[in-house]
Ligand binder design. Structure first.
Ligand SMILES: Cc1cc2nc3c(=O)[nH]c(=O)nc-3n(C[C@H](O)[C@H](O)[C@H](O)COP(=O)(O)O)c2cc1C
Length: 318
């Protein structure tokens, strides 16, 4: 069984990849999508989305990092994939699942699933542009409005030369609403011969077991479940259940905030910490209270003071 850490734009960056893969159990992770419009992107953009490119495309824990590209123009995608290959990307993953309005308006992400031929053309162009030893993989949803083209899209992915397909078992219209239709992954898996990774709604060991049973896939990808329970991959591989360690998590949230407070745009650190706490808050009552307290605050010092207060309370209670 292989377990991958899902790409999550706006959340799983170099810091969270470091933090989550250190828990063990992840065989690889995927960067946030790198948006390709027309022009060849400069090298620095690749290093920005994947700082690990400077250290062998691995997290400090040693987990390989794959680069994800998102775009609709086969030529531009091919040119930028070639740059990624030159910079040493071990695998190039292509995004056919993003539901964001701005992305779909520009014909990128899930909207491409309306037209399997376009999916084919993009993958084929990228596959032709990078050396044979670098696998090109794809990640798709079950469709845009409905699932009627799911099999055709998967077949297009394979015919174009992709080495693996990850399926997020929902259409674009279904968004992130449970359930994930794992039975559809089984239909896709039966229609193609390349390995398929199952993705969507894996929050626990029990979910991982059921997803593998229903989809028939050996391999799974975990997204939000890894944010909420970073130890999930290791636990799944060892068939263990473990208590959630909120104090450890909060300590890491503080570390992330301190590391990133001066990074990028001024709201970079607050936005990511709020996203992380927001997801945690659905599963943990103290995270909920902490999130409610910081969610509208913009001032970084104020946010840090609140986080440190919660951490001191937690540590005091132990
Ligand atoms: C905040 C957020 C950002 C995401 N960004 C990406 C992305 O950049 N590329 C991608 O292929 N999928 C992206 N996804 C989808 C996830 O990779 C994954 O397919 C989805 O969350 C379902 O898996 P899960 O139920 O385990 O979270 C994103 C999802 C979320 C919630």
């Amino acid at each position: 069984m292989k377990i991958s850490l899902a790409p999550m734009e706006g959340l799983i960056d170099v810091h969270l990849r470091d933090f989550i893969t250190a828990y063990g159990g992840y065989d690889h992770c995927v960067t946030e999508f790198l948006r390709v419009v027309d022009l060849p992107l400069p090298d620095r953009v690749f290093y920005r989305i994947c700082p690990e490119a400077a250290t062998g495309w691995k997290t400090p824990y040693g987990t390989p990092v794959h680069l994800q590209l998102l775009g609709s123009n086969p030529t531009s995608m091919a040119i930028n994939a070639a740059t990624a290959a030159r910079l040493g990307a071990p695998v190039i993953d292509l995004n056919f699942g993003c539901p964001a309005k701005t992305v779909n308006k520009n014909e990128g992400g899930a909207i491409l699933l309306r037209n399997p031929e376009r999916v084919y053309n993009i993958i084929y162009a990228v596959r032709s542009a990078v050396p044979d030893h670098i696998p090109v993989t794809a990640k798709m949803r079950l469709g845009y409005e409905d699932k009627s083209l799911a099999i055709e899209n998967a077949q297009a992915v394979q015919a174009a030369g992709a080495a693996r397909l990850t399926v997020h078992a929902r259409t674009k219209v279904e968004g992130y609403k449970p359930p994930a239709h794992w039975e559809w992954i089984a239909k896709i898996r039966e229609a193609i011969t390349i390995p398929v990774t199952a993705n969507g709604e894996i929050w626990s060991l029990e979910d991982a077991i059921r997803c593998r049973e229903i989809s028939g896939c050996d391999d799974i990808m975990i997204g939000r479940g890894a944010i909420v329970r970073p130890e999930l991959a290791r636990m799944t591989k060892n068939m263990l259940t473990e208590d959630f360690d909120w104090t450890h998590m909060l300590r890491n949230i503080v570390i992330l905030f301190e590391r990133t407070r001066d990074e990028g745009k001024s709201n970079y650190a607050p936005d990511r910490v709020k996203q992380w706490l927001g997801m945690l808050s659905k599963h943990h009552s103290v995270a909920q209270t902490c999130f409610d307290e910081i969610k509208r605050i913009k001032d970084k010092e104020e946010i840090l003071t609140i986080l440190l207060r919660y951490l001191a309370q937690q540590e005091g209670a132990q």
